[in-house]
Design a protein around this ligand. Sequence first.
Ligand SMILES: NC(=O)c1ccc[n+]([C@@H]2O[C@H](COP(=O)([O-])OP(=O)(O)OC[C@H]3O[C@@H](n4cnc5c(N)ncnc54)[C@H](OP(=O)(O)O)[C@@H]3O)[C@@H](O)[C@H]2O)c1
Length: 255
Amino acid sequence: MEKDLAGKTALVTGASRGLGVHMATRLAAAGALVGVNYASDEAAASETVRRIEEAGGQAFAVQTKLDGEAAAQQLAERLEKELTARTGSNGLDILVNNIGGGDYGPIVNANEEFYDQMFTNNVRGPFFLTRALYDRINDFGRIINISSVGARLTDPNIIVYTMAKAAVDAFTRVLAQDIGKRGITVNSVAPGFTAGPTNDYIVNDPVAAKQVTDVTALARFGQPEEIADVVHFLASPAGRWVTAQNIEASGGFKL
Ligand SMILES: NC(=O)c1ccc[n+]([C@@H]2O[C@H](COP(=O)([O-])OP(=O)(O)OC[C@H]3O[C@@H](n4cnc5c(N)ncnc54)[C@H](OP(=O)(O)O)[C@@H]3O)[C@@H](O)[C@H]2O)c1
């Protein structure tokens, strides 16, 4: 793979499991030094780092369960320590706000706890982390927010997730305007149904799987590497003129 991120530093949140592992692995394969953030599963985060190093890349694990301002500050400080020790600078080139995720439930079942959980993981966590890192992101850097195809759907069964990811897309557009004068691009990537731990119960259930592939133009599930491809493009020099965009990588889900 072309080392088009050689000399760059990156942080991927939620990279001990799921799509984040593939984003971190891809950015490292392209030459970036990658911070692998996780909430609690140290063994899984270490395994991501081990796989990256085994492939000749550079990475380190950095724990913090993101949920607001204090946690964001903690992660910023831990990241600064790790980056400074390895590069002599605290500058970050690529921030991938990947944590999020959603549960199903219509409005009548969505109590305060459910609502707050969804907005904490998808909006509050990424928002305050970006704020904490705002001055440390290098000029001409990249901010990539992981949204979802769910942001554009009108499925009553994911109403709160749709609202939260729509907020991620709005954050993306406004932040792009705010920070663009520093040459920093801000985009969101919207996966559709992607194979991996989150969706294995659907992928492995022929009836449920068919319900998904029947309404997907490319008639299959996405692979995590296909989401990492888009993240890599946006992070790379080739993505320099793309900002404030929401790029869907769903194989054409419910067009
Ligand atoms: N999977 C899909 O098909 C799909 C589709 C559309 C959109 N997306 C979006 O893509 C992103 C990744 O999805 P995914 O399915 O890969 O997620 P996932 O498997 O649930 O991600 C889990 C990862 O996030 C970490 N994590 C969870 N909460 C955290 C927190 N508060 N602070 C720090 N780390 C936290 C976990 O750490 P521990 O291991 O330590 O718990 C783990 O590394 C999400 O934003 C999701 O909304 C996914």
